[in-house]
Design a protein around this ligand. Sequence first.
Ligand code: PMP
Length: 393
Amino acid sequence: MLDRLDQQPADALLALIKLYDADPRADKIDLGVGVYRTDDGATPVFAAVKAAEQKLVAEQDSKAYLGPEGDMGFVHALMPYVFGAQNPTMDGRIDGMQAPGGTGGLRLAFALAKRAGIKRIITGGPTWPNHPQILADLGMESVNFNHARADGTADLDALRTAIANAQDGDALLLHGCCHNPTGIDYTPAQWDEIAALVADSGLLPIIDLAYQGLGQGMEEDAAGMRKVLAAVPEALICYSCDKNFGLYRERVGALYVLTRSAADTAKVLTNGHILARVNWSQPPDHGAAAARIVLEDAGLTRQWLAELDEMRGRMREVRDALAAADNRVAGLDLTAIATQNGLFSILNLDKDQILAIRERHGVYMAGSGRINVAGLTMGNIEKFIAALADVAG
Ligand code: PMP
């Protein structure tokens, strides 16, 4: 029976890693995979996380089950950062549960929406490919609108039209910050308008916040989402700590639910608990426990935030350096890269140019033209700019 299954294509980015690994050139550049890299090209464990892990190993006295909601100490310790220190539960209307990474949070959010009778999720494209893939797996429909304009800004007209054309019972998926793959986030004024439009439309907002702290700052990166939450009765928030704590393989995330009342939130979360139970039973503990220990300790929290500041500063430097090289690369507009946020931006290169930059210069980027700006360092950026000038000119 299993032979009825068709061969599936290999993940394009994983295939790119294999090609990169097999390339013998010493000065090759990997701009494919979406992990942060230091100026030395490393993806180290945060020092604050390392210290928390040591404490965890020394002090943990049981590994007995916690339940489908995971480590609620972690879920609650994160809330002031996500929803604001003033009123992180929005008067008891927000609560959450741990999930295996941001992906687990998204899976729960979409499945909860489905349980609530939602069939269609309005999604700006291009988006992270796993969004439509999870929706398809759940038998839900993605309704697409154009996220980015050619000038490197958000296409608000397309979003306005998508909201105006929404049907009763639709949901709207928004990236909270550091849009993947374009790096194009909404401005504060655009978020004001989006919050008002979403509130008027009755759409259920589902907000994917996978890179808080890697764009403009912890508060700034949550500000747009908070405007939406302040305007609507209900929302789902999918959170990842895999980037901003560097915990990628530990799979650390959460789902938060905003409803009209604390009682409704508790009721909705019982549905989340059942969904967790049938999918993975309980989320993995180690990474979330380490993040909780960081968040419970003022010194470790300061260290974590300082490490995050440094990462954000480095990516800003790379973005500024690329934008400043705009006049050296004919045929490509690099200026908008400085206004974009997070790990990713898209370069307007065609398939032949993407192949040429790989073959001639050993620069590996996704077929969409997406680059991970953290793959660039002050040591390799000159080579990258020269390679771009060669293929784009
Ligand atoms: N949302 C977006 C937009 C992402 O880019 C990613 C990770 N690439 C995720 C969610 C999921 O992150 P995690 O690794 O925590 O599952």
